[in-house]
Design a protein around this ligand. Structure first.
Ligand code: HEM
Length: 488
């Protein structure tokens, strides 16, 4: 790839990556390309005008904000504007099918997520040929070539846009795209909160020369941490920051790690109740906050260790302004357990601080997931047992799956020794950590530090609250590459 690059053109980058497609509902249409690849590529050309780029996604967000402001000023109920967005991404199977033989320079992407599932710690067992087979739903066990992301204000809009997309690829009996499965995400009534009840999507890196006004505490990363071929698209595992050798078609595209994660919400809530000790100050809410690293409101426990602060939780000037660097933060868990989900997945000063001094810039991801499934029913709440599938369609963009998404899950969340501390092994990330060393690839999990007044006590955790049932790694190309290389 050439070393002199033009400045980033947001209109050439798909809108979900740097801005996020505005959404109340989002469908992920996983597909296979028909054997008549030329016909698919011609149809892909017709889809390009429907792809929402970064400039359009920014405009849509500005329109929504203005609409909301006007509604508030007029004392009216705010209704999300009617709009929809479309993006597309391809797996390695899809690239191969399209005849694109370039090596994208990312081992995890090339191998695909099913092959990586053992690395990620997913439950499973060896199949007839001895290869590890994860306990996923069948749709994700076959080859998926690509995914179309369709977002919008409501199910009706998104379903209509999905029909339009399908009608572009499939005209009459002429089928060029075969639908494998469509996952349907919908924001919860408690908007912005995932199914365990915690505000999500707060901490995202700012991208240099694009997000020019980062919020307090929000770290700015070089563009190449998220977009291939840009400054900072380097191998973080090499001391010398060796630039990845990317083909021309990678420029301004981003890798997308998608995971179909079920959440056992009644079981999680029951555990919090059973393991709390309100008489000694450890309420179920405090325990939950210490497992996640934030109160349900989003307020970080590192700043608000004893009581929630809902106003701070929703205030972008306060809710991300912490680094686990209060006096004693490095060695005690007074404020936040070392194993808390946010601390495991972005350890901030645990690694970057003077004690260790390892940069974590190239481990950062931009998260764009959406919950799926219904609210917990009274029957489930009473019995403490999940009866209806629900969870998170986890979606993360990054310049390298191997160096960031995969690394976070495998080498941080699943590693009991992480973050490195002198006197204690922190244990598993209680939310997503997986112990593959057990029968059928699931073993017992535990952590320390959950109880602030007995920090050396080990808390045994259920083997899982988050159950992966599928996923794939994709590449979301720039609009020009989509037009000139992928389409005909
Ligand atoms: C942050 C929930 C899966 C990586 C968070 C937050 C919540 C949350 C509530 C705090 C809000 C925020 O800072 O934005 C969940 C749930 C998951 C899940 C319920 C599964 C169902 C994952 C996975 C990864 C991940 C699979 C990556 C392997 C992160 C990162 C952050 C985060 C990087 C930001 C940490 C920070 O910068 O402080 N998650 N998460 N999460 N999560 Fe997850």
């Amino acid at each position: 790839m050439t070393s002199t690059l033009l400045p980033l053109d947001p209109a050439n980058v798909q809108g979900d990556i740097l801005v996020g497609l505005p959404k109340k509902v989002q469908h992920y249409l996983f597909f296979q390309i028909d054997d008549d690849v030329a016909a698919f590529r011609k149809r892909l050309h017709l889809l390009i005008p429907f792809i929402t780029n970064t400039t359009q996604a920014q405009d849509d967000r500005a329109k929504i904000a203005a609409h909301k402001k006007a509604a508030v000023e007029q004392g009216k109920n705010y209704e999300f504007l009617q709009l929809s967005g479309v993006n597309i991404a391809f797996s390695q199977f899809g690239l191969t099918k399209l005849g694109i033989t370039d090596d994208m320079g990312d081992t995890a992407f090339t191998d695909g997520q099913q092959k990586d599932s053992k690395n990620l710690g997913d439950a499973g067992a060896p199949g007839a040929d001895g290869e590890f087979v994860p306990n996923w739903i069948d749709a994700f066990k076959g080859q998926i070539h690509g995914v179309v992301l369709i977002s919008g204000n409501c199910d009706l809009t998104v379903t209509a846009t999905q029909a339009t997309v399908l009608s572009i690829f499939n005209v009459g009996a002429r089928i060029t795209l075969h639908e494998v499965i469509t996952l349907k995400g919908v924001v919860r009534p408690e908007r912005g909160h995932e199914h365990f009840g915690f505000r999500d999507g707060i901490s995202q890196p700012a991208v240099k020369d694009f997000d020019t006004k980062p919020n307090p505490g929000q770290e700015t990363v070089r563009q190449g941490v998220i977009l291939c071929g840009r400054e900072g698209d380097v191998d973080a595992n090499e001391e010398s920051e060796k630039p990845f050798n990317r083909p021309a078609c990678a420029l301004d595209g981003s890798f997308l790690a998608l995971r179909y994660l079920f959440q056992l919400v009644p079981e999680f809530n029951n555990f919090l109740k059973a393991s709390s000790d309100p008489t000694k100050g450890l309420t179920a809410d405090l325990l939950g906050a210490r497992l996640v690293g934030r109160w349900k409101s989003g307020a970080p426990v590192d700043v608000f260790p004893l009581a929630d602060n809902p106003a701070a939780g929703e205030d972008v000037l306060q809710n991300n302004n912490f680094r686990y660097d209060f006096p004693n933060d490095f060695e005690t868990q007074d404020r936040c357990p070392f194993a808390a989900h946010t601390r495991k997945t972005n350890p901030r000063n645990d690694l970057e601080g003077p004690k260790i001094g390892v940069p974590t810039e190239n481990r950062r991801i931009i998260r764009r997931g959406i919950p799926f499934g219904p609210e917990v029913t009274p029957e489930e709440a009473t019995s403490g047992k999940t009866l209806h599938g629900r969870g998170l369609i986890f979606a993360a963009y990054c310049g390298s799956i191997t160096n960031s998404f995969q690394f976070i899950q495998k080498s941080w969340a699943n590693k009991v020794e992480f973050p490195p501390k002198e006197h204690v092994n922190p244990g598993f990330d209680p939310i997503i950590g997986q112990n593959k060393d057990g029968p059928n690839g699931v073993g017992p999990r535990s952590m320390v530090g959950a109880n602030p007044s007995d920090q050396s006590a080990t808390l045994s955790l259920p083997v899982e609250w988050v159950v992966p049932k599928g996923g794939e790694y994709f590449f979301s190309p720039s609009i020009s590459v989509l037009r000139d290389t992928f389409a005909l």
